[in-house]
Ligand binder design. Structure first.
Ligand code: GDP
Ligand code: MG
Length: 184
């Protein structure tokens, strides 16, 4: 038995919602105002201690994946091509000022459920850019009702810009994947 467990997190969401910024804050404690679109899938493997357990967290920061009809052959290939089909958990990020970015998450969720062909894949929803909460697109209650009560997924709001709730986000995330037997 090893001293640590590897957790594979796939970070997905519409372009510009702050996926790379969240990962950058978590891994490097840095933030960039400038928007540099992620062209290619990036993988970060920080070793972290969360909830007193040591994990290697393989974070897959994904470029934009366009929507294809659920169950299409193309979509399957797409998921496999990005190495997403074997993720331990999916982190679906939206920008709380953008209703459209939340709509995209709904689509992604369906793609994930269909592609994995099971309904117990941990999915964690993240509302980023909380510092812009005055420009919120959809009421928080509406979102959290849908996500927590209907989807039965974890939900957290954060700000990558101010490093607010970023650590908490990963802590909560690890609780979500905690049902897996880590041998501790
Ligand atoms: P990605 O395409 O989802 O990876 O988005 P990026 O991480 O590249 O961020 C897109 C833009 O949003 C950049 O200009 C970031 O500086 C900005 N951004 C990211 N997170 C936040 C946040 O929490 N608050 C604000 N105000 N801007 C953010
Ligand atoms: Mg990016």
């Amino acid at each position: 038995d090893s001293d640590y467990q590897t957790v594979r997190l796939a970070v997905l969401g519409a372009p510009g919602v702050g996926k790379s910024s969240i990962v950058r804050q978590f891994v490097m404690q840095q933030f960039m105002e400038e928007y540099v679109p992620t062209e290619q899938r990036q993988i970060f493997c920080p070793a972290v201690i969360i909830n007193e357990h040591l994990y290697e967290v393989r974070i897959i920061d994904c470029p934009y994946i366009p929507y294809f009809p659920v169950n299409s052959l193309y979509e399957w290939t797409d998921f496999r091509g990005y190495g997403l089909r074997n993720a331990t958990a999916y982190v679906l990020v939206y920008d709380i000022t953008s209703e459209e970015s939340f709509e995209y998450i709904k689509t992604l969720r369906l793609q994930i459920l269909e592609s994995r062909n099971r309904h117990d894949v941990p999915i964690f929803v993240v509302g980023n850019k909380h510092d812009l909460a005055e420009e919120r697109g959809v009421p928080r209650r509406e979102i959290s009702n849908l996500v927590k009560k209907q989807w039965k997924c974890g939900y957290i709001e954060c700000s990558a810009k101010y490093n607010w709730h970023i650590m908490l986000l990963f802590k909560e995330l690890m609780k979500t994947v905690d049902y897996i037997d880590y041998g501790h």
